[in-house]
Design a binder for this molecule. Structure first.
Ligand code: MRU
Length: 338
């Protein structure tokens, strides 16, 4: 069974699986304020494009609990400040900004003071979570045809249950195939520097009883040249109107290798990850992260601390390398219009 990465706590806090503690421990945390949710997103306790959108929407509701009896003006001012804070945490995943825009629009369209608006926002955040869960399921069902019986899937980073409110995006077809009793095996690239493949994907697949094999990122070329890989399935943080897409650093190299070796390469994402307002990959804002993520590994230095470091968290894969875009609306092709 796949893991449930986010939920409401009985007291109305945002209950998350702390992904920074995996694979050593399965720890849940209750986040009571928008500040706590923003911190959790920044330090990747909560991560993955769809999940950070859901967490931000739920974080607004949790944070606004203490202001819910306020008059409309005060309530909306607090909402704006919290949405700005949450929206400033990570730039690349469009789901985060889409979910916050949806919450702001819902508040603006709801008449009345704090209590009425808060109730409506609470329902909206719940709807964002439920819709994501349903989108993941549909992606899984649509994607089943991409995995042959006894198939071998290669994936990068973590686009599974830990990255969404449901059974994931790139891993959703794998879960559905497994549920249907089909043999499936996943090659997992470890995903330097923060090891989302090793720490999270290998963990959640093993937790669900799905066979997987881990390798370092530098081994993927040799794998594609010498081993059986039927399909590459990766997630996306933002898909531009022309089909270029941003995903975890290392995805682009994998796409080039897949094309070279004639292995189909699919970008798998819910419709909420498509951003028609971003014309192409060059317009996607790419997050750069701290040098220490590259010069050390789990607290131990792996390079001289003064080493100059380049650490983009994402890269852009141009559309020409993509065999297809698997979404909850089936296989779609660019250009993507609003
Ligand atoms: O930095 P992260 O771990 O949030 O990056 C996540 C990814 O790049 C995922 O592949 C992407 O968000 C798709 S998640 C369904």
């Amino acid at each position: 069974m796949s893991v449930q990465s986010i939920a409401w706590s009985p007291s109305g806090a945002v209950r998350i699986v702390d992904q920074s503690a995996l694979p050593e421990a399965l720890v849940t945390r209750d986040l009571d304020t928008a500040e706590q949710v923003a911190d959790a997103i920044r330090c990747l306790q909560v991560r993955g494009a769809p999940l950070i959108g859901i967490a931000a929407a739920m974080g607004l509701v949790a944070g606004l609990r203490e202001h819910r009896r306020a008059a409309r003006g005060v309530f909306l001012t607090r909402l704006d400040a919290m949405a700005d804070l949450l929206g400033g945490t990570r730039p690349t995943a469009v789901n985060l900004h889409g979910a916050l825009a949806r919450m702001r629009a819902r508040a603006a369209a709801t008449t009345g003071d704090g209590p009425a608006v808060w109730e409506r926002l609470s329902a909206e955040a719940g709807a964002i979570l439920e819709e994501d869960r349903a989108m993941c399921r549909r992606i899984g069902e649509e994607g089943l045809r991409l995995i042959p019986a006894g198939g071998h899937v290669l994936t990068h980073c973590n686009a599974g249950a830990l990255a969404t409110g449901g059974i994931g995006t790139a891993l959703a077809p794998v879960y559905v195939a497994h549920e249907a009793g089909r043999q499936v095996h996943v090659w997992v690239a470890e995903t330097r520097p923060l090891l989302q493949g090793a720490r999270l994907t290998a963990w959640e697949l093993s937790h669900a009883g799905i066979p997987c094999t881990l390798m370092t990122d530098g081994m993927t070329g040799a794998l594609l040249r010498g081993a059986r890989v039927d399909v590459v399935l990766v997630g996306a943080d933002r898909v531009a109107a022309n089909g270029d897409f941003a995903n975890k650093i290392g995805t682009y190299g994998l796409a080039v290798l897949a094309l070279h070796h004639g292995v189909p390469f699919y970008c798998v994402a819910p419709w909420s990850s498509i951003d028609p307002a971003t014309p192409d990959g060059d317009a996607i804002p790419i997050e750069h992260r701290a040098a220490a993520e590259v010069t050390s590994l789990q607290g131990r230095a792996t390079a001289p601390p003064e080493t100059a470091v380049w650490n983009p968290a994402f890269d852009v894969t141009p559309a020409r390398y993509v065999t297809g875009y698997l979404t909850d609306r089936g296989l779609v092709r660019p250009p993507f219009a609003a």
